[in-house]
Design a protein around this ligand. Structure first.
Ligand SMILES: C[S@@+](CC[C@H](N)C(=O)[O-])C[C@H]1O[C@@H](n2cnc3c(N)ncnc32)[C@H](O)[C@@H]1O
Length: 313
């Protein structure tokens, strides 16, 4: 099987699936590159969590102090661009300290459903929306996937993935799917995606419903969808727009539920458990154009800016 592989620098190469797997096995560290404090190769940084917070901080307001090069600065958990710049910081913060389990939970639930169907994980072409520094791609590949393409809105995510998990993704696009560049649009139309994965990236000022639907429509029908979302965002108390959208997608047969599980996504900054819902579904048809038009209008009103060409990484 011949695959066209494009790097973030835009250079095209052709590799067989076996060559790519071999390259990935040779270059990819088997575990996240987290070095213990005091390790001679670890940059001089450490984290300090606030002792007292004003009530339970909203997840998108959580912060800690980063001590680096003798200085102490406040780091918001949502300052992904700064976090990805420091090797091992994202892994240390979210996975070691806050015990995030989501990539593994989603990957395992997806592979269980796929294995019970006529499909196989190894044959899926997965679009990882909000891919970050590759933790989800890594979990999907460990669960048997072979072909994963990442997309994230910030270039630091692509750079961190290339630095820490080289060769993991077949390709990694940097773009905003609420207003994709023409190159991304062509790419989404051309790639025969059979699965959308989006982990810990929906809502909270991260991925809005429009970007989710654009990615969803890039997946062929029938296809697979695997995502998680904060429990509250699936209840009627939601103001992210996802509650209504997801319920309507199920009600109108656009997705069909295969598995749904409430689980502890991670700890909050005060140590309290944060619960998310993992959803594994099949895609039965595209989000209809009138819905897309309404989402574009809504998003334009929120964004306030005309559609622009996003720059490639
Ligand atoms: C909490 S991180 C999750 C990263 C990864 N999925 C994981 O589980 O480790 C959320 C990611 O979503 C990305 N993101 C936010 N808004 C986005 C958008 N509109 N389109 C694509 N990615 C977005 C952020 O840049 C960030 O890398």
């Amino acid at each position: 099987m011949l695959l066209r592989v494009e790097t973030e620098a835009g250079k095209g190469t052709h590799q067989t699936m076996m060559q790519r797997t071999m390259q990935r096995n040779q270059t990819r560290p088997s575990a996240p590159p987290v070095l213990a404090a005091g390790h001679p190769n670890r940059p001089d940084w450490s984290l300090e969590f606030p002792h007292e917070v004003d009530g339970d901080l909203q997840q998108d307001s959580e912060w800690c102090h980063l001590r680096i090069h003798g200085e102490r600065r406040r780091l918001r958990f949502h300052d992904y661009d700064q976090i990805y710049l420091i090797p091992g910081l994202y892994e240390h913060l979210f996975y070691e300290k806050l015990k995030c389990s989501s990539p593994q939970v989603i990957a395992e639930l997806l592979s269980k459903q796929v294995d019970a169907s006529d499909d196989s994980m190894g044959d899926l072409k997965i679009l990882d929306l909000g891919a970050g520094n590759g933790m989800v791609g890594e979990a999907l590949i460990e669960a048997g996937a072979d072909s994963v393409i990442g997309v994230d809105i910030i270039r630091e995510a692509a750079q961190a993935t290339k630095r820490d998990r080289p060769g993991l993704y077949e390709d990694y696009l940097v773009d905003d799917l609420t207003q994709p560049s023409s190159a991304t649009r062509t790419r989404l139309d051309r790639e025969p995606f059979t699965c959308l994965a989006s982990v810990s990236a929906l809502g909270f000022g991260d991925i809005p419903p429009l970007a989710f639907c654009e990615a969803f429509n890039a997946v062929s029908t029938p296809g697979w969808v695997a995502f998680n979302i904060k429990e509250d965002f699936l209840t009627r108390r939601d103001d992210t727009g996802f509650c209504g959208l997801i319920h309507r997608m199920f009600d109108e047969g656009i997705m069909e539920m295969r598995d749904r599980r409430r689980y502890q996504h991670r700890l909050g900054v005060s140590g309290q458990p944060l619960y998310y819902v993992a959803v594994i579904a099949t895609k039965e048809r595209d989000v209809p154009e009138p819905w897309m038009a309404a989402l574009r209008e809504e998003n334009g009103a929120v964004d306030g800016s005309p559609a622009a060409e996003a720059s490639p990484a």
